[in-house]
Design a protein around this ligand. Structure first.
Ligand code: NAD
Ligand code: UDP
Length: 310
């Protein structure tokens, strides 16, 4: 099999490329390094099963030869990034998804969209099943990401229904692990880096908001299953174990042995108060559920950041 992965130099895209290459497939990777890094794919340089093209996928995508799959992961993903890159985020989610769908159609390839739990916004239903339509503020600062992904889902379904394209939509919940950037801005990387540097851990608001954290290996396993044996229905992939942000801060302090203080900073506008995936569909359709507990995954992630900061 030969697949195109957009956003291949990012956190998730690079892990996904490793998984496909490890399984004996060929990967064509594309990225413009807006939030990703060449370091994430440096180990693949010279690998005969990997080809890389620096390209902004908001523009027409050209790939020579056959493709069996297109996995569209290009998009700023951290709130810090998409708030700094609002127009690029809207463009890659809309125009970029259109281009990625276009090449999938031209090649007769299966298409998989990396969507997000953020399509549920600040949810009024908890936990969130795929049938929930969400509570998103289109004109708030996070709207640039949420609405781009909602548009991307609608576009994917239109290609499925109108052109008969074989499509998948994965709604990814907060995922963490090695290869996250030191300045990624998301909560796990912020807390671990702050703890390792002996700086205060910045809890936004009172820290009672919740998230459910998935270790990257579990997520990649679910994505491959969805790609291989899923259907066009959106599927939540996430860990149903829910933690408050404050609990996460305490756990990071315990596991790093850090004596950092915890300080409060203002809660960003429209920050979802709760988040937990209902994964009944993934369990039933894919036989998937996460295996890695938060403590275990954090240990590996802490080791990664220790190496980065050394
Ligand atoms: P990331 O920022 O590490 O990776 C995104 C990659 O896309 C980067 O390498 C970036 O340079 C590239 N990119 C962005 N715009 C591009 C463009 N126009 N053309 C080419 N490349 C472009 O983020 P990530 O955490 O790996 O997220 C990957 C995907 O998964 C995103 O679509 C994101 O929305 C989705 N997702 C991630 C999470 C998570 O917890 N990590 C949760 C929900 C959804
Ligand atoms: N958060 C925090 N301190 C930080 C970074 C994030 O308290 O230094 C909070 C943030 O307000 C949110 C949660 O942690 O409630 C998860 O934030 P993240 O940026 O990881 O992603 P989100 O789930 O909001 O997309």
């Amino acid at each position: 099999m030969r697949v195109l992965i957009t956003g291949v130099a990012g956190f998730l895209g690079s892990h996904l490329a490793d998984r496909f290459i490890g399984a004996g497939h060929e990967v064509v990777g594309m990225d413009n390094f807006v939030t990703g890094s060449p370091d994430n794919i440096a180990h693949l340089t010279g690998n005969g099963r990997f080809a890389f093209f620096e390209h902004n996928v908001t523009n027409f995508i050209y790939v020579e030869g056959a493709l069996d799959g297109v996995l569209h992961f290009a998009s700023p993903a951290s709130p810090r990034d998409y708030l700094e890159l609002p127009i690029q985020t809207l463009k890659v989610g809309s125009l970029g998804t259109h281009k990625a769908l276009g090449i999938a159609k031209a090649k007769g390839a299966r298409f998989l969209l990396a969507s997000t739990s953020e399509v549920y916004g600040d949810p009024l239903v908890h936990p969130q099943p795929e049938g929930y339509w969400g509570n998103v503020n289109p004109v708030g600062p996070r709207g640039v990401y949420d609405e781009a992904k909602r548009f991307a889902e609608a576009m994917t379904m239109a290609y499925h229904r109108f052109h008969g394209l074989d499509t998948r939509i994965v709604r990814i919940f907060n995922t963490y692990g090695p290869r996250m950037r030191v300045r990624d801005g998301r909560v796990v990387s912020n807390f671990v880096v702050q703890a390792l540097k002996g700086e205060p851990l910045t809890v936004y608001g009172d820290g009672s908001q919740t998230r459910s954290f998935t270790y990257v290996d579990d997520l990649v396993d679910g994505i491959v299953r969805l790609f291989e044996r899923g259907t066009s229905e959106p599927v939540n992939l996430g860990n149903p174990n829910e933690f408050t942000v404050r609990q996460l801060a305490d756990l990071v302090l315990k596991l790093t042995g850090s004596r950092s203080r915890v300080v409060r900073e203002p809660l960003p506008q429209d920050d979802p108060k709760v988040r937990q995936p209902d994964i009944a569909r993934a369990r039933q359709a894919l036989g998937w559920e996460p295996k890695v507990q938060l403590e275990q995954g954090l240990e590996t992630t802490i080791a990664h950041f220790r190496r980065k900061l050394a």
